[in-house]
Write a protein that binds this ligand. Structure first.
Ligand code: MG
Length: 305
């Protein structure tokens, strides 16, 4: 049986794009639900300046209180060396770096050129590796940018090769603007593979802005990708990509793989309950399709009880 590795990013990528600021206690309930659902790779928080992203201002406290569970890896996003130092002080063992393949998106996100970001990220990776940390490196806007349109895959290839040479263990290719489509995904992955970047080093991070996320997941799976990011109930867009909808909903992805007979290790029912909890504490409807289907099914159960 084929299997996939699913990264859950709601506690960081999902929550940082929500207006509501969740309490640390509620975040721990969310993360506990994700662990009970079966997740082994959870992006827990980000060590950015609290004034930039108040939703994640409790990163240090959250890290201290995370349950230590055998086999569960908590990933923390670090924007720079200062963030890495904070992450190490808080006991992080797995970090994620980021930069964009689009110059304009990168400048709007971190006010640096891609070259400047790449140099900074490589230094962070080097220091993280010297402390024995595992490193995941995000490349954003791989499949298109709202400012620049289609981004040549050669730019991603160049950045990916530099990140791997610097010591990144794993890459996450982000469709930040949700502009990817299945043929572009397939040709992009084929190009990267032909240039020596192995698919087992890559996870795909799709957004559902234009409703193509699940089609892109399937396209990537068909050409051999086996790691995917999702966010429970489809939380999280991008504040610097106007109109960007949320990440692909984790339940939708798990349901798809279940139906395809692909092993995910995730219990869809526990995940759905966790998505329901998240919707209740955020206080507004969340966009996931299976999430809505599950809610309808629960409502019918109550009516017929
Ligand atoms: Mg995202």
């Amino acid at each position: 049986m084929s299997s996939v590795r699913l990264f859950e990013v709601a506690p960081r990528d999902g929550l940082q794009n929500e207006e509501a600021v969740l309490s640390t206690d509620d975040k721990l309930v969310l993360i506990d639900g994700l662990i009970r659902a079966g997740y082994k790779d959870i992006e827990a928080t980000s060590f950015v300046r609290a004034s930039y992203i108040p939703q994640l201002a409790d990163a240090d406290e959250l890290m201290r209180r995370l349950p230590k569970v055998e086999g569960v890896r908590y990933w923390c996003l670090v924007p720079n060396m200062r963030g890495l130092e904070r992450a190490i002080d808080a006991g992080a063992t797995h970090i994620a770096t980021f930069l964009s393949s689009s110059e304009t998106h990168n400048r709007k996100n971190v006010n640096r050129t891609v070259r400047e970001s790449l140099d900074g990220v490589k230094a962070v990776i080097g220091t993280a590796r010297s402390h024995g940390l595992q490193v995941r490196a995000y490349i954003s806007t791989v499949f298109g940018c709202v400012y620049e349109g289609e981004i040549p895959i050669e730019r991603t290839e160049f950045i990916a090769a530099e990140l791997i040479a610097a010591g990144a263990h794993h890459l996450a290719l982000g469709d930040t603007a949700g502009m990817g489509h299945p043929e572009l995904v397939k040709s992009s992955l084929a190009h990267l593979q032909a240039e020596g970047i192995a698919l087992d080093q890559i996870s795909l991070h799709f957004h559902d802005t234009l409703g193509t996320a699940l089609a892109n997941v399937y396209a990537a799976y068909e050409v051999g990708a086996r790691a995917f990011d999702g966010s429970v109930s489809g939380t999280g867009g991008c504040p610097y990509a106007p109109g960007a909808a949320g990440n692909v909903a984790s339940q939708d992805m798990v349901n798809l793989f279940d139906r395809l007979g692909v092993h995910t290790g995730i219990d869809l029912e526990v995940l759905s309950q966790t998505g329901q909890f998240l919707e209740e504490v955020l206080g507004h409807p969340l966009p996931g399709r299976y999430h809505a289907y599950w809610q309808g099914r629960e409502a019918r159960k109550i009516r017929s009880a």
